[in-house]
Design a protein around this ligand. Structure first.
Ligand SMILES: [Zn+2]
Length: 375
C-alpha cells in the first residue's frame, strides 16, 4: 500500500477550493446545519451505541464509532465541502471496507487515514453507494492507492455518461439553456426554482470539472445481490434497493443493526429525486423495508446526522405530504409541470432542508403524476 496522497498541500488546495465553492453553494450551506448528536431519538437516545466524542473532527466531517468495527463519517457542509456526503468504514480482523468516494480525493484520503489509524487490516475495497458526483468525485484516491472500488454494475457507466459528458461540454452549453428557461418562467415560484436549478447544475459542473473521474472496477450485479462480505468476525451485507438513483447500494451489518444507507436516506432534507432512475413508489417501499429492520437500527444516511428509524419515518412523511398535495393539484386539473412548483412546505417541515427545489420536490411531483398515469 502506498502512502495516501494526503498532505498539507492537498489540505491547502481543498481549503482554497472550498472557499471558492462555498459562495456558490451558500444557500444550501446556510439551510442545512447538522443536527447535533445530543437530543437524538430512537436507538441513539441513551448514548450507548454511538460515541459522543468523534475519533476525529475536521469540521467538514467527523468520524465516530457506531459499533464494533463500525465507524460513520458525517459531513457538515456548513464547514466545508471536502467530503460533502456521509460515508464510513467497517473492519474485522481480516479486512476493512471503506464506504464512499466522496466529492474529492482529499475527502476519501481523510477517511482512509482515519481507518488506518485504527486498524492494520488490509483493505478489501472502497465502495460507492451510487454514482452521484458527491459520492464519486474522490474515487481517484482509490485508484491511485491500488484499492479496488466496488459499486452497482451501472455506476461506472453512469459516472461516465453524466460527468465525463459534462467535462467535455462548455459550461454555457450546460447552464445557458437552464438560465433561459428561468427567464421564460410564467410564475415567480417557477422562475425562482428554475434559477436555483440552473445555479445548482452550474455548481455540479464546476465540481465535476475540477475532478479527475475514476470508475469503479468491481461491478456488483444487482441480480446477484445481496453479497456477504466476511471481514473477519464481522459480516457485512451489500444490498441493492430502488429509489434514489438506480445504482443504490446499502451496506448493512445485521448482527449489530447498523445500515449505511447512502442517499436512500436523507436526514433532515427532502429526498432528492431528480434522477432519471429515481422512483417514488420504489423509494417509499425501500423506506418501509428500512423500518422493518427494527426500532434499534442505526442508520448512516447519505446526508445529515446519524439517525434511527425516526429519520426513515420522516422521509416517508415528506413523501406522503408531497403526494397528498400533488393529489389535490391533480384533482384540480393542474398539469404536472405547473404542480411541480405549487407545493407549499407546511409549518412542521419548515426546518427540513431543500437541496434544490427541482432536484427534490419538483421531480417528486412530476414522477408521482407519471406513476398515477396523469399528464
Ligand atoms: Zn445521490
Amino acid at each position: 500500500m502506498h502512502r495516501a496522497p494526503w498532505s498539507p498541500e492537498s489540505e491547502r488546495l481543498s481549503r482554497r477550493r472550498f472557499l471558492n465553492q462555498a459562495s456558490q453553494w451558500s444557500a444550501l450551506l446556510a439551510a442545512y446545519p447538522l443536527i447535533p448528536l445530543e437530543g437524538l431519538d430512537g436507538p441513539l437516545a441513551d448514548g450507548s451505541r454511538v460515541a459522543q466524542a468523534p475519533v476525529v473532527d475536521k469540521g467538514f466531517a467527523s468520524i465516530r464509532k457506531i459499533g464494533d468495527g463500525l465507524y460513520a463519517t458525517i459531513s457538515d457542509i456548513s464547514k466545508g465541502l471536502t467530503t460533502m456526503c456521509n460515508g464510513g468504514f467497517l473492519f474485522g480482523k481480516d479486512a476493512g471496507l471503506l464506504v464512499e468516494g466522496f466529492v474529492s480525493t482529499a475527502g476519501a484520503a481523510f477517511q482512509y487515514e482515519t481507518f488506518r489509524s485504527l486498524s492494520k487490516a488490509p483493505v478489501m475495497g472502497g465502495l460507492d453507494t451510487h454514482y452521484h458526483f458527491d459520492h464519486c468525485c474522490g474515487n481517484a484516491f482509490y485508484g491511485a492507492n491500488g484499492i479496488a472500488l466496488w459499486a452497482h454494475a451501472a455506476t461506472a457507466r453512469r459516472i461516465y455518461e453524466n460527468y465525463a459528458a459534462m467535462q467535455a461540454a462548455d459550461r454555457s452549453a450546460v447552464v445557458g439553456p437552464l438560465e433561459a428557461r428561468a427567464k421564460d418562467a410564467k410564475t415567480e415560484a417557477a422562475r425562482k426554482h428554475a434559477a436555483e436549478y440552473a445555479a445548482t447544475v452550474g455548481n455540479i459542473y464546476n465540481m465535476t470539472s475540477a475532478s479527475v473521474l475514476a470508475l469503479p472496477n468491481r461491478a456488483l450485479d444487482p441480480a446477484k445481490l445481496p453479497v456477504k462480505l466476511d471481514l473477519g468476525g464481522l459480516t457485512a451485507l451489500v444490498e441493492s434497493y430502488p429509489g434514489h438513483s438506480g445504482t443504490d447500494l446499502v451496506v448493512r451489518v445485521p448482527e449489530q443493526n447498523v445500515a449505511y444507507a447512502g442517499d436512500l436516506l436523507f436526514n433532515g432534507m427532502y429526498p432528492v429525486t431528480f434522477d432519471d432512475q429515481a422512483t417514488i413508489s420504489g423509494w417509499r417501499s425501500t423506506l418501509k423495508t428500512f423500518l422493518s429492520w427494527g426500532k434499534d437500527t442505526v442508520f448512516v444516511p447519505g446526508h445529515g446526522q446519524i439517525c434511527g428509524p425516526e429519520g426513515v419515518r420522516m422521509s416517508l412523511d415528506l413523501f406522503e405530504d408531497i403526494a397528498a398535495q400533488a393529489e389535490k393539484f391533480k384533482q384540480a386539473g393542474m398539469a404536472a409541470e405547473e404542480a411541480a412548483d405549487a407545493y407549499v412546505v407546511p409549518e412542521r417541515f419548515k426546518t427540513v432542508a431543500i437541496f434544490a427545489w427541482q432536484f427534490s420536490i419538483g421531480p417528486t411531483i412530476t414522477k408521482l403524476y407519471k406513476e398515477w398515469g396523469a399528464k
